[in-house]
Design a protein around this ligand. Structure first.
Ligand code: B4P
Length: 187
């Protein structure tokens, strides 16, 4: 099964994906995690990405696609994967479509997790206290939300046209949201 998780920063994509891997037995591929690991390892790519991420902007499509292309071809992704944080704009959505055709794969679900802005800001402020991520300050989060509205929200329309979009209410407990997602997946 191949799933794309969509939603604003802080909507719970990463949180839900980590729970889904246990149920579905497929890997969680987060472009945010791949980028943060490149930063931690101080690779050339990581150094380029850090400045962009610290502003809350999107890293270049080519860099992210390059990382993703390698990751989806690893053995553990043979039976499927949960993509979290990609595609982030319509260019990336088209890139993913071309990549899947090239690899003879199809996408089964695009799950959009919907949470309102103020809740998202509150959740990320809490995370900032615990994890201290440099892009979790209120000012950067507000920019990430603008980038989301302008560039990422239209991706839901792209998948709606393809007939694979499912919208899920992302408020309530983490377990409630998980149950809502599981109730729409056929596995
Ligand atoms: P991401 O790593 O994708 O970060 P995110 O949008 O904040 O989502 P995340 O998965 O971490 O948080 P979640 O909603 O699960 O991106 C970071 C940056 O990387 C981007 O700004 C960009 O610069 C770059 N990037 C990544 N992908 C890219 C791409 N494809 N192209 C270009 N650039 C890219 O959770 C947030 C918090 O909410 C957590 O603390 C969690 O505990 C809490 N939470 C979750 N569910 C909850 C619930 N039901 N109730 C209460 N709290 C909840």
């Amino acid at each position: 099964m191949r799933i794309v998780l969509l939603g604003a920063p802080g909507s719970g994509k990463g949180t839900q994906a980590k729970l889904l891997i246990e149920k579905l037995g497929i890997p969680h591929i987060s472009t945010g995690d791949l980028l943060r690991s490149a930063i931690a390892n101080e690779t050339e790519l990581g150094l380029k990405a850090k400045e962009v991420m610290d502003r809350g902007d999107l890293v270049s499509d080519e860099i992210v696609l390059g990382m993703l292309k390698d990751r989806v071809q690893e053995e553990d992704a043979n039976k499927g994967f949960i993509l979290d944080g990609f595609p982030r704009n319509l260019t990336q959505a088209n890139m993913l479509e071309e990549l899947l055709v090239e690899l003879n794969m199809t996408l089964d679900y695009a799950v959009l997790i919907e949470v309102d802005v103020e809740e998202v800001v509150e959740r990320i402020s809490k995370r900032a206290e615990v994890e201290g991520r440099s892009d979790d300050t209120e000012e950067v989060v507000r920019n990430r939300l603008c980038v989301y509205e302008e560039q990422t929200a239209p991706v839901a329309g792209f998948y709606k046209e393809q007939g694979v979009l499912t919208q899920i209410l992302g408020t309530g407990s983490i377990e409630d949201v998980q149950q809502r997602i599981l109730s729409v997946l056929r596995f």
